[in-house]
Design a protein around this ligand. Structure first.
Ligand SMILES: NC(=O)c1ccc[n+]([C@@H]2O[C@H](COP(=O)([O-])OP(=O)(O)OC[C@H]3O[C@@H](n4cnc5c(N)ncnc54)[C@H](OP(=O)(O)O)[C@@H]3O)[C@@H](O)[C@H]2O)c1
Length: 329
């Protein structure tokens, strides 16, 4: 048996979540029975998409779900052995027992930190890669704009576009993040909290935009649409500006008609849309990571009881690169 601390949602947030919307619970996790495994979570992710689920989808008074990486501490399931590193979606808790469904074994490259499998080499990296190359049909040397460019997904999108010889404009919310993105080689970086995004983008996009990788929606999408080049593409990965107001965008879109004569394609997507790219993604991204062509940052918050603070911090833009919570060594 293992003592486990877990975080429950106790109140649906109104706008930005508060720490009082969450509660800490202690419980005893039983030993694994036949067919089961016990897992100790090592790291868990906090993601923007968790916010809409707090309004609808996530049960109250239950531990919150989300991506986590853990170690098998007991196994009575032949598919796993003690010490295996696994990934699953039962986060916001230290220990758990599972029948193995929804649990994937990871074979981490010993030359890389385990955490990269939660972003650059995980779902975030994969949506960046597939969204830009498959949905966005990026061609070498094109004009690219990416929003939340210093975040987990955005920073990878921006760097893949640089690998492909593109001119890259990024937007982000602090001067420190602007400095990091500039050091990565982005051509123009906009602090959207200091300048209206529409004016800044008009100035920056001197040759228009062929691909706008949208992580924000609202004001950023509204600003990008008039700048799109003929046959431009807008892969829509997320709309973080709307997540604290479920059902509403942060700003109205009144520039949509630009898609008509510009023949602009707008398409939403998830990681399920390009499974055929998985092997090539892993090969390319591992190579870029090891050669230093792709760099990353992590903002790591320590301890399960700080997980709500990490999620709130993410929505407030306190992360540079991937926001993670460390639960154990
Ligand atoms: N389609 C999929 O399968 C999929 C998978 C993963 C992620 N996503 C989406 O991709 C986007 C980025 O996710 P991520 O995990 O990489 O998160 P992230 O960018 O690492 O973190 C979220 C960032 O959003 C920015 N932000 C918050 N409120 C904003 C606002 N009103 N306007 C502009 N920016 C705002 C903040 O950065 P600033 O300091 O720059 O404001 C914050 O750091 C999200 O929309 C997410 O939902 C989609």
């Amino acid at each position: 048996m293992a003592k486990s601390t877990e975080i429950h949602l106790v109140k649906r947030p109104d706008g930005m979540p508060r720490e009082t919307d969450f509660a800490v619970h202690e419980r005893t996790v039983p030993d694994a029975r036949d067919g089961e495994i016990q897992i100790q979570n090592l790291y868990m992710s906090v993601d923007p998409a968790m916010r809409p689920r707090l309004s609808k989808g996530q049960e109250l008074n239950e531990p919150i779900g989300g991506p986590a990486t853990g170690r098998v501490t007991q196994s009575k399931n032949p598919a796993f052995k003690e010490g295996d590193i696994v990934q699953h979606r039962l986060s916001f808790r230290q220990h758990l027992v599972s029948d193995g469904k929804g649990v994937t074994k990871l074979t981490p490259d010993p030359a890389l930190p385990l955490t990269v499998y939660m972003h650059v080499l995980g779902n975030g990296g994969f949506v960046a890669y597939g969204g830009l190359l498959d949905i966005g049909k990026l061609k070498d040397g094109e004009q690219v704009f990416v929003s939340t460019a210093a975040g987990s997904v955005g920073s990878i999108v921006a760097q893949i576009a640089k690998v492909k010889g593109c001119r890259v404009i990024g937007s982000t919310g602090s001067d420190d993040k602007v400095a990091w993105l500039t050091s990565l080689g982005l051509d123009v970086v906009i602090n959207y909290k200091k300048q209206p995004i529409r004016d800044a983008l008009k100035q920056a996009a001197t040759k228009g935009i062929d691909v706008y990788f949208d992580n924000v929606g609202g004001d950023h999408l509204n600003a990008a649409l008039p700048r799109m080049n003929l046959l431009g593409r807008i892969p829509v990965c997320g709309m973080v500006s709307a997540y604290n107001n479920p059902g509403a965008l942060s700003a109205p879109i009144n520039t949509l008609s630009n898609i008509i004569y510009g023949r602009v394609m707008i398409r939403g997507f998830t990681a399920d849309d390009f499974p055929h790219l998985r092997a090539k993604f892993t090969e390319d991204m591992t190579g870029w990571l090891k050669s230093g062509k792709i760099k990353y940052q992590e903002t790591i918050v320590d301890g399960i009881t700080n997980a709500p603070r990490a999620l709130i911090g993410l929505l407030n833009g306190e992360n540079t690169g991937k926001m993670l919570v460390k639960l154990a060594d």
